[in-house]
Each structure stands twice: as C-alpha cells, then as structure tokens.
Design a binder for this molecule. Structure first.
Ligand SMILES: Nc1ncnc2c1ncn2[C@@H]1O[C@H](COP(=O)(O)OP(=O)(O)O)[C@@H](O)[C@H]1O
Ligand SMILES: [Mg+2]
Length: 124
C-alpha cells in the first residue's frame, strides 16, 4: 500500500475557502479510488455538515483530550464514497490548554495519525 499522504489546509483568516477546498478535494480523491480521512480541527465544525457526519460520538477535541485511545473511535463514515471524517468541536477554541498537558503539544495530531513514533506512552 502507498504511504499515506497528509494535506493540511490552514489559514487563520475565516471565509477563505478552507472548508470548501478540503471537502471538494476529499470527495474528488475519493471518487478516484483514494481512501481519504478528513480531520476537522476548526471550532466552526463545518466540514462535518458538508460530509454528512452525525454529531454523536468522539470529536477530534475528545481525541486530543485522551490521545491514548488512538484515532479510531473518532472515525466516521460520510455520505461520500471512500471519504471518512473526524468532526471538529466548538471546544477546539480551548485546545491550547488541553495540548499544554502534553510534553510535545505540536506532535499530538501527528501521533494520532501514526506519523510520530509511538514510545509506549502518550506524552507525545
Ligand atoms: N466558488 C465559490 N465562489 C464564491 N463563494 C464560494 C465558492 N465556494 C464556496 N463559497 C463560499 O465561501 C464561503 C467561505 O468558504 P469556507 O470554505 O467556509 O471558508 P473557511 O473554511 O476558510 O472559513 C462559504 O460561504 C462558501 O459557501
Ligand atoms: Mg471553515
């Protein structure tokens, strides 16, 4: 299997088409047979609405709070072929305080995505 590629679409400014680009790119890649996981780390949480992800269950915020559980509990089916998603949360506005509890806060998402060496603990 090909090594997974990670694409980050980020900009502090709102209304610059981050969500639009993310969702359309994911759907297009899914149609071409790529398996895509959309991780919404925006407190606006709009990606889940576009993708038809039900709000019930763990969000990316919950995974940040308890990274030891891994990423799987947050992964949902969407209404698009080959596209899966992890919804955002309004609580992400407070995520700095949660991530401050980790020794390497910037590595937590990479760790959840399996791109950061797992040391047997979740100190990241
Ligand atoms: N092709 C387009 N032309 C003009 N407006 C668009 C187009 N595609 C999307 N929009 C609108 O632009 C607005 C901002 O897009 P969005 O992706 O939500 O921005 P962000 O995620 O960066 O805040 C939305 O209201 C969206 O409906
Ligand atoms: Mg957005």
């Amino acid at each position: 299997m090909d090594r997974p590629q990670i694409v980050a679409i980020a900009n502090e400014k709102g209304g610059v088409l981050k969500t639009t680009t993310t969702v359309h790119l994911a759907i297009a890649l899914g149609r071409r047979g790529k398996r895509v996981l959309v991780v919404d780390v925006d407190p606006q949480m709009h990606a889940a609405r576009w993708l038809g992800i039900p709000p019930e269950g763990p969000t990316i915020y919950d995974l940040f709070v308890d990274a030891a559980q891994g990423i799987e509990p947050g992964i949902r089916q969407t209404r698009f072929q080959n596209v899966f998603g992890i919804p955002g949360s309004r609580l992400l506005g407070d995520v700095d305080r949660i991530l401050a509890g980790y020794s390497k806060p910037v590595a937590v998402l990479a760790w959840l995505l399996g791109r950061y060496p797992r040391t047997g603990s979740t100190t990241c």
